[in-house]
Ligand binder design. Structure first.
Ligand code: ACO
Length: 428
């Protein structure tokens, strides 16, 4: 295979080096092209642009493959725990028992958040969306840990920033919810594991002892693992770009939370349930909504369908669909929207519009149904996604900084007015 491609333009030939990944993915390196030819490349939405090389997650959208650090998502979801996967993603290798124990103990030790967070929370109206609260409070960590702002940090300092963020995010998330529903804030309980502790802070009250159900803990672990990283998606790219200006880990992750919030990205899990509820309220006619999704004059899209990179199936959606059945059965929950979702999926998968465009259910299509069965309120679904994605954001931020990547700053092709003279308002 040649190690460069030739670009012929305006009588000149430019050689573009080929970059090859460990799974034989090939890319053309255009970083010197402008200097040589004056040309830039344009690719709105970065649909065919690699922004970096990365050794964290491998994804083959055509074959439906997803691996964290080489380990297939199916194995990790079945056999591992979220804490172990978080360590794997951030540090590159599975931990031994000593490393895992230290990781868990360190995280458990830092689950408390400063009491002044209560004052910040009180400032939010009770109907504030918890994603907005989450991103604000994650940014606020910079105020409580100002040393995190220093771009030149030792490995130990970076470790502490990571530990604090992983430890405190569930506390912040649960407090955002408690504040919304007007219940007393629950403190972390350090004899519980990561997921059990979160559930206790969400659903426990001072009036009633709450014991998280092991079925719920297991399901939550699986969901968080499935969301833990997804290479250069919208929120992760945001984290890397923000971090590339040497903004702190907390500020960068807060930006990622905001990017995740949108309904075309992580916000789709909330949008899916709202869509399924609307279809149910409208008589459950899946075909009517498929027709709306296909109508280019109708802004309606089938939420939870389609993906930028999966053009065959989303391996996470397969696992989640099966898990939804299992969890609902085990918990004895009968959710009528699950049937609507299955009908909609079946109809879409045999419809030429969806088949031709390779539109399949994505991770968000069934995850909301599980979250609902676990008792998580709809507006907290994307918060759950953020908790799951946190290790990925951290690992990508860390990799970008350790590789000394340059500041993220794309170019553009300007299409506005040419130079013109200013005319004072009274003369216009
Ligand atoms: N319903 C109906 N039509 C769709 C859908 C959908 N959900 N998704 C894509 N299409 C159509 C588009 O209209 C377009 O049709 P055209 O070729 O006739 O113009 C074609 O399929 C390609 O779609 P694009 O929007 O160009 O694909 P893109 O890669 O830019 O977008 C995205 C991917 C944003 C996920 C899109 O499929 C979508 O909006 N899906 C619904 C929202 C969703 O579920 N988001 C979660 C994604 S997973 C995640 O981020 C965690």
């Amino acid at each position: 295979m040649p190690d460069f491609a030739e670009l012929h333009f305006n009588g000149e030939v430019y050689k573009l080096p080929v970059v090859e990944g460990t799974e034989n993915e090939k890319a053309l390196d255009i970083s010197k092209l402008r200097g040589q030819s004056g040309l830039i490349t344009i690719d709105p939405g970065f649909k065919n642009t690699g922004s970096t090389t990365s050794s964290i997650t491998f994804l083959d959208g055509e074959k439906g493959i997803l691996r964290y650090r080489g380990y297939p998502i199916e194995q990790l979801a079945e056999e591992s725990s979220f804490m172990e996967v978080a360590y794997l993603i951030i540090y590159g290798e599975l931990p031994n028992s000593e490393q895992l124990n230290k990781w868990k103990v360190d995280i458990t030790y830092h689950t408390l958040i400063h009491e002044d967070f209560k004052v910040l929370l009180e400032g939010f109206p009770s109907n504030a969306h918890p994603m907005g609260v989450l991103s604000s409070l994650v940014t606020s960590l910079t105020a409580f840990y100002p040393e995190s702002l220093d771009p030149v940090r030792s490995a130990d300092e970076v470790y502490m920033n990571i530990i604090r963020l992983v430890a405190k995010l569930p506390t912040i998330a649960a407090w955002a919810y408690k504040n919304e529903i007007g219940q007393p804030l629950m403190y972390p309980k350090n004899d519980l594991d990561y997921c059990g502790n979160f559930l206790k802070m969400m659903f426990g009250t001072p009036a009633e002892e709450f014991q998280p159900d092991p079925v719920v803990i297991k399901a939550l672990n699986k969901l968080l693992i499935l969301h833990a990283d997804h290479e250069q998606n919208c929120s992760t790219s945001t984290v890397r770009v923000v971090g590339s200006s040497h903004a702190s880990l907390y500020a960068s992750v807060s930006a990622g939370i905001n990017a995740l919030w949108g309904p075309l990205h992580g916000g789709a899990n909330q949008a899916v349930i709202e869509m399924l509820e609307a279809i149910k309220a409208d008589g459950g006619d899946a075909d009517k909504y498929l027709a709306k999704a296909k109508d280019k004059d109708d802004p309606f899209r089938l939420m939870g369908f389609g993906h930028r990179v999966y053009k065959n199936f989303d391996p996470r959606a397969r696992i989640i669909k099966k898990a939804a059945d299992d969890v609902l059965n085990k918990l004895g929950v009968n959710d009528p929207v699950l049937e609507i979702a299955k009908k909609l999926e079946e109809a879409a998968l045999s419809d030429p519009y969806f088949v031709e465009r390779k539109l399949y259910p994505n991770v968000d299509f069934y995850s909301g149904i599980i979250y609902r069965a676990l008792g998580i309120p709809t507006n907290m679904f994307t918060v759950m996604f953020a908790m799951g994605r946190l290790p990925g954001w951290i690992a990508q931020w860390k990799e970008m900084r350790e590789n000394g990547e340059p500041i993220g700053r794309p170019r553009q092709v300007y299409t506005g007015e040419n130079e013109r003279d200013y005319v004072a308002i009274e003369k216009r």
